[in-house]
Design a protein around this ligand. Structure first.
Ligand code: PEP
Length: 251
């Protein structure tokens, strides 16, 4: 098993350009002292150029919070993969539950975004997760299976090493409710089995699966101790250098 941990911050619709640059520089300084893992931040689109400029020579990876599927065209409000790679952006989040729930992004649209990211040289961070109603109705695994199968349609086994999967139970995002380490591990193991079934066991073994949903300095250690949790996608706690640093320095 060869999975390099990835600690990722999603800054959502927060921080000015100047605040983003300052935070990215602080995170890059922490990342420089942690050679055994990858660290990523996803600033708002308006901050990407300055953040890439500020941390371009460091190990910190910069991601976009979403990406269009086309290289260019009449897509008002969207950002194309070459526009991002041009800045030095390396990854793109796709399928975040806020995109699915607030902006109505469908599995089919998320699949197009994911394929567009791969074709454009961006690593997709592909988010899946069930709502509280779905969990309570015992539908967690069927929802995850549906989202994964739809989202990864057309992705070849050769492309899979570029894909990062993120399990983010919707009921745990921004709510302060974290999945227990057992709930998270169970979902991650399920996702890995699904990838093994869809692709090959050795491919599934190498795909990084991040947990997201109210990850904080006081729960990161127990989450990262789970065998199938390879990192974290962090919202609120990634907006402060100190709390994100403690998460990056998980034990
Ligand atoms: C997220 O934005 O993906 C997220 C998990 O947010 P939070 O850590 O605030 O729950």
């Amino acid at each position: 098993m060869n999975r390099r941990p990835l600690i990722a911050g999603n800054w959502k619709m927060y921080l000015s350009v100047a605040e983003s640059v300052r935070l990215a520089q602080a995170v890059a300084a922490t990342s420089a002292t942690c050679p055994d893992l990858d660290v990523m931040v996803a600033p708002a689109f308006t901050s990407l150029a300055k953040v890439c400029e500020a941390v371009g020579n460091t190990s910190l990876k910069v991601a976009a919070q979403n990406v269009a599927w086309a290289k260019e065209g009449a897509f008002t409000g969207e950002i194309a993969p070459p526009m991002l790679t041009d800045l030095g952006v390396r990854l793109a989040i796709v399928g975040h539950s806020e995109r699915r729930q607030i902006f109505g992004e469908s599995d089919a649209m998320i699949n197009r975004r994911l394929l567009g990211a791969l074709a454009g040289g961006l690593q997709p961070v592909f988010c899946v997760g069930e709502t509280l109603e779905e969990r309570e109705a015992d539908r967690t695994f069927s929802v995850l299976e549906h989202q994964v199968r739809q989202g990864l349609q057309g992705v070849t086994k050769e492309e899979m090493p570029q894909v990062v999967l993120a399990y983010e139970p919707v009921w745990a995002i921004g709510t302060g409710k974290t999945a227990t380490k057992e709930q998270a591990q169970e979902a991650h193991a399920f996702l890995r089995r699904l990838l093994a079934e869809t692709y090959e066991k050795n491919i599934a073994e190498d795909v990084r699966i991040l947990y997201g949903g109210s990850v904080k300095p006081d729960n990161i250690d127990s989450l990262m101790a789970q065998p199938d949790i390879d990192g974290a996608l962090v919202g609120g706690a990634a907006l402060k250098a100190e709390s994100f640093e403690r998460i990056i320095r998980f034990q």
